[in-house]
Design a protein around this ligand. Structure first.
Ligand code: ZN
Ligand code: ZN
Length: 241
């Protein structure tokens, strides 16, 4: 299958957060929906968490820093999985395996969320969000809750964090007290109302994550959170439930 990529060199921007962590985003897509992608440098292997819309080559963009990162798919929503297929190693929780292997506009929520009007610049002339199609990229390894991924200089614990979607995972760097909180905890409206969501399960996930001694959280939406803000987001959610 041929895949159309933007020729724009500025489709992605990369913010070097230091300590071997890079934050990549797609600035021309609406800030409320765009996905924060994180590249984490490891001595043994590099990890990229999620891959954005897939309208430009993320693999090429990352090449100056990482030749062949392992893609960890937090879950199977359209704004997160677009370039998953570009990576050879794709790790995910079993709860998302079916969507990652058989993604559609409907089960990734591109339909109805992805709209051309939500781009302030288009990846190419004539781009129409209605034509966007996800590409199948089955997980090559299934991750278990509690599994430790040893990158050499850093360890990441897989935390199953269902509620937003069934197989959502976060990654916990206990040594640095840093949580890659994906679509579980972020500043902004909490999406617990999707067909794949479950509020009682989400509440349990929020409580579990609140118990971690988080000093910094890297969510897949909106700004990076310090520990205080991270806990405030969780408390605000739990208060409404
Ligand atoms: Zn999501
Ligand atoms: Zn998302």
């Amino acid at each position: 299958m041929s895949h159309r990529f933007s020729k724009r060199r500025d489709w992605f921007v990369c913010h070097d957060l230091g300590d071997g962590i890079r934050h990549i985003e797609e600035p021309f897509y609406h800030a409320d929906y765009r996905c924060n992608i994180f590249l984490i440098e490891g001595e043994k292997f590099d990890v990229v968490i999620d891959s954005g819309l897939g309208v430009a080559s993320l693999r090429e963009f990352l090449r100056p820093w990482s030749e062949n990162p392992t893609l960890i798919a937090s879950h199977g929503h359209y704004d997160h999985l677009g370039s998953n297929w570009e990576f050879e190693n794709r790790w995910a929780h079993a709860g998302e395996a079916d969507i990652l292997a058989h993604p559609t506009r409907e089960n990734t929520y591109a339909d109805p969320v992805l709209k051309t009007a939500d781009f302030c610049a288009l990846p190419w002339d004539g781009f129409d969000a209605n034509d966007w199609q996800p590409r199948a990229a089955p997980a090559t390894r299934i991750l278990q809750d509690g599994e430790i991924l040893d990158l050499g200089n850093r360890s990441l614990e897989v935390i199953h964090a269902p509620g937003h979607s069934w197989g959502l995972i976060c990654l916990w760097d206990a040594q640095n007290r840093a949580l890659f909180s994906t679509d579980a905890v972020y500043d902004g409206e909490i999406f617990d109302f999707l067909p794949c969501s479950d509020v009682p399960t989400y509440i349990e996930t929020m409580k579990k994550l609140r118990a971690l001694p988080v000093e910094v959280a890297y969510p897949c939406h909106n700004q990076i959170l310090d520990g205080e803000r991270f806990r405030a987001v969780i408390d605000a959610y739990l208060e409404t439930k």
